[in-house]
Write a protein that binds this ligand. Structure first.
Ligand code: COS
Length: 386
């Protein structure tokens, strides 16, 4: 699946313009009001951003992963809250249906996802199951043709906007094999949302708890129709998600570095622009080298991802995805840190975007698997291959 090259070039030019002319000027609004303006959300829908990765037969644009990372590289160059509005729709919220869903599930859900009519959200994490996702406790008990769900989910991105969740719950015994993935409409009786989390950064994104009390979900809503496959579905979804976070990390690093280079050219000390001092150039050069390395890695892994049979996972590709997530998100942290350093005292003042990016990039190393989880996946796979 891929968009034809000519249409893709037009899409890239459109997204580039949208980021530069519409999103970057609205960044301060996010900081001040902690929300994405409604007119921008409407424009995102009109541009088809909610359906970037949904196949054309369901009304989406049908990007390949190699194309998707390029769009995310551009979207990374502004505040991450903008992408977050539709990021779960084209990403972890809907990919489970796309990868493992039955034809009937795809027909029932994907068209509304692609148009933006339905916002989907991914609900794996729980108060006692973060990194150890296979230990999740939310229970799903069969009651004739329904399951009754009880439990709570934590830090669920876009939950306040969601019309449905891809939600992992335990239908069987302990461990990964007892987990099933459900499509859970958000308006079912028994679902309540916690208060909005107050985060260090990424203002304008919404996360909160989702609490399930005796929620009756049709058994037909188990993704793929077979219980016990949900952990694998979640991991497959996260493989693609992690590669896209890597692309976003590269985009954020690009923006910080561009801002820093511009600042270094304009800011004068000792009678000349600080960019003429070699110690400042050294910081910029280190960031550029790391950024180019990370971005090259993302594009290579995206091509490998596209080359494997759709819907199947390949442990070697998953390992490379984790390398990309580990390297690029840590790299973005270093680039943002140097960006603040180049800005000096001004970098600590929230008038400059670099202060915000410094806080925003911190999450990249945590969500969709911490850096340590990526190390674990890489280490395990290397030992398996040895
Ligand atoms: N694709 C398909 N299947 C996968 C997979 C992948 N990428 N990764 C693992 N699996 C399968 C395994 O093959 C295994 O199947 P079998 O039992 O049939 O062999 C099963 O899933 C369990 O895998 P594993 O034994 O590796 O599970 P662990 O409990 O050891 O967990 C980690 C592994 C820690 C890597 C996993 O729990 C994880 O990624 N945690 C982080 C969760 C996360 O990213 N949370 C963020 C939430 S979204 S913001």
């Amino acid at each position: 699946m891929a968009l034809d090259p000519e249409s893709f070039d037009i899409l890239i030019a459109t997204v580039e313009r949208f980021v530069r002319d519409r999103l970057v000027p609205a960044e301060n609004h996010l900081e001040e009001f902690d929300e994405v303006p409604a007119d921008l959300v409407a424009e995102m829908k009109a541009m088809g951003l909610f359906g970037l990765t949904v196949p054309e037969e369901y009304g989406g644009i049908g990007l390949s992963v190699a194309q998707e990372v390029q769009v995310n590289f551009l979207l990374g160059q502004t505040a991450p809250a903008f992408r977050s509005v539709f990021g779960t729709n084209i990403g972890i919220g809907s990919q489970g249906i796309l990868i493992d869903g039955t034809p009937a599930q795809k027909d029932a859900w994907l068209t509304r996802v692609a148009s933006g009519e339905l916002v989907m959200s991914f609900a794996l994490t729980e108060p006692d199951a973060g990194t150890d996702a296979a230990a999740l406790k939310t229970r799903a008990v069969l009651d004739s043709d329904h399951y009754i769900l009880n439990g709570s989910k934590r830090y669920i991105t876009n939950a306040p906007r969601a019309g449905a969740f891809t939600l992992m719950a335990r239908t069987g015994g302990p461990g990964a094999a007892g987990v099933s993935a459900f499509i859970v409409p958000a308006d079912l009786p028994g679902i309540t949302l916690g208060k909005k989390d107050r985060k260090m950064g990424q203002r304008g994104t919404m996360t909160c708890d989702v609490v399930l009390t005796d929620v009756r979900v049709p058994a037909a809503n188990i993704i793929g129709g077979v219980p016990g496959q949900g952990f694998k579905t979640a991991m497959k979804v996260l493989d693609r998600g992690r590669l896209n976070i890597s692309a976003v990390a590269c985009g954020m690093a690009r923006r910080v570095l561009d801002d820093s280079a511009r600042y270094a050219r304009e800011r004068r000390q000792f009678g000349k622009p600080i960019g003429e001092f070699q110690l400042v150039q050294g910081m910029l050069a280190d960031s550029q080298a790391e950024l180019l390395a990370g971005w090259a890695l993302v594009r290579e892994v995206a091509t490998l991802y596209d080359a494997k049979p759709a819907g199947l996972s390949d442990p070697d590709v998953s390992m490379r995805v984790s390398c990309a997530k580990l390297f690029c998100t840590e790299m973005a942290g270093r680039v943002a840190d140097r960006g603040v350093q180049v800005h000096g005292g001004a970098g600590y003042i929230n008038e400059y975007p670099v202060e915000r990016f410094y806080r925003d990039v911190r999450l990249l190393r945590l969500y969709e698997g911490t850096s340590q989880v990526q190390q674990l996946i890489v280490g395990r796979e290397l030992l398996r291959q040895a």
